[in-house]
Design a binder for this molecule. Structure first.
Ligand code: NDP
Length: 350
């Protein structure tokens, strides 16, 4: 896929206009992050759809959502302008296609889908329906990720030669269900965490991944083929090499992003975690320079506001459908590479 380097994030006004939203998926991320973010952005969370009636009713009551529905067609029916899809990964394609078919704008969780064909068809369906499709790659909104991107794009490290990403966490117990079980289709650390890191690498370096070489492992949490650790080498379009490590099993690994250029290296710690205070340093011929320290900021709120602005034709989503297809395509190549034990070219189209 030939793309220009990622577009700049839109300038988000202080208050977004109100859309009526349906939630497809009564999920943890909806409860913990997205319902608060939607409401803080002045959005109306009107409807929730769950496949499990009792759970849906419980969720609706707990989060003061007026309508609870039990079918996908009801989820996308009249009364909502946009849907937020946070069902399990294997359901995203079905949900987005239903929403596009009903003319609803869609903010979809990552991975956009679990197969390339699905992702491509989701983008095409939303285009044909004239609705916005965004992928919730929230890390693009993290203040220090943007700082690193600015430094790289502004030439502060010189010609980029290599990068490193570490994203090693201990998966919270409440999330150890479908994510770590092979049978569900959308499980494993590659579809869960690596997709975010792939998107961050694309965003920071402004170029696509062309080839991957990966090794994955099951180190205690993953079962039935769901990998819980992955190490990958990405080759970018310009020849830049990127080392990535993701894990569900590491309590104190933390997160880090490093970009090595010909004149300086930028080293950022804990900037991919929403809980931690991150820091960015530059190392050059004069030594170490601490440049910034702080939290990630309102990453989900920014996603919502950019989405609403794009619905009103005043901006672009933080990450669009094509970005979701790109991170998915690389994730699929990582899985293939690990399974086959060889390098794999990334296939972006059908
Ligand atoms: P959950 O496991 O919390 O929810 C997924 C689905 O499982 C729900 O939609 C619901 O199904 C069902 N479910 C959950 N809890 C219950 C329950 N107690 N009883 C019955 N059914 C239940 O998933 P997550 O919130 O962790 O992830 C959802 C999506 O969001 C995934 O695609 C994930 O990759 C993404 N995600 C994105 C993040 C980001 O920062 N961008 C962070 C975390 C997750 P039903 O659909 O039928 O209601």
């Amino acid at each position: 896929m030939d793309r220009e380097p990622s577009e700049e994030l839109s300038v988000v006004p202080p208050r977004a206009e109100c859309l009526h939203w349906g939630l497809i998926g009564a999920s943890d991320i909806a409860a913990k992050r997205m319902i608060p973010a939607l409401r803080a952005a002045g959005q109306d969370v009107r409807r929730v759809y769950s496949r499990n009636g009792e759970w849906g009713r419980q969720f609706a009551t707990q989060h003061s959502i007026p309508e609870v529905v039990g079918t996908l067609s009801e989820a996308v029916a009249e009364g909502v302008d946009a849907v937020y899809v946070s069902s399990t990964n294997d359901q995203h394609a079905r949900d987005v296609l239903a929403a596009a078919g009903a003319g609803r704008h869609v903010l979809c969780e990552k991975p956009l889908a679990i197969a390339l064909e699905e992702g491509v068809s989701m983008v095409a369906a939303c285009k044909a329906a004239g609705v916005v499709l965004a992928t919730n790659h929230h890390l693009r909104n993290a203040a220090l990720v943007r700082r690193v991107r600015q430094m790289v794009c502004g030439g502060e490290v010189g010609e980029v030669l290599a990068a490193r990403v570490t994203h090693a966490i201990l998966l919270p117990e409440r999330l150890r269900s479908w994510r770590v079980r092979g049978a569900s289709g959308g499980s494993g650390v590659v579809f869960d965490i690596a997709v975010h890191d792939i998107d961050t690498v694309r965003f920071v370096l402004g170029q696509e991944v062309v080839e991957v070489a990966a090794t994955t492992a099951m180190q205690g949490l993953g079962t039935g083929g769901a990998e819980d650790a992955a190490v990958t080498c990405l080759t970018m379009a310009s020849g830049v090499l990127v080392m990535m490590y993701q894990a569900f099993t590491v309590p104190f690994g933390g997160t880090a992003l490093q970009v090595d250029g010909a004149s300086a290296s930028v080293i950022a710690r804990d900037i991919l975690s929403l809980e931690a205070e991150g820091e960015v340093e530059l190392r050059d011929t004069h030594g170490w320079h601490r440049l910034a320290r702080g939290g990630a900021g309102d990453v989900y709120g920014l996603s919502v506001r950019a989405f609403v602005e794009s619905v009103y034709g005043r901006g672009v989503p933080t990450a669009n459908g094509e970005d979701g297809v790109a991170s998915l395509a690389v994730a699929i190549a990582i899985r293939e590479s690990a399974e086959a034990g060889k390098r794999v070219r990334v296939k972006y189209g059908l």
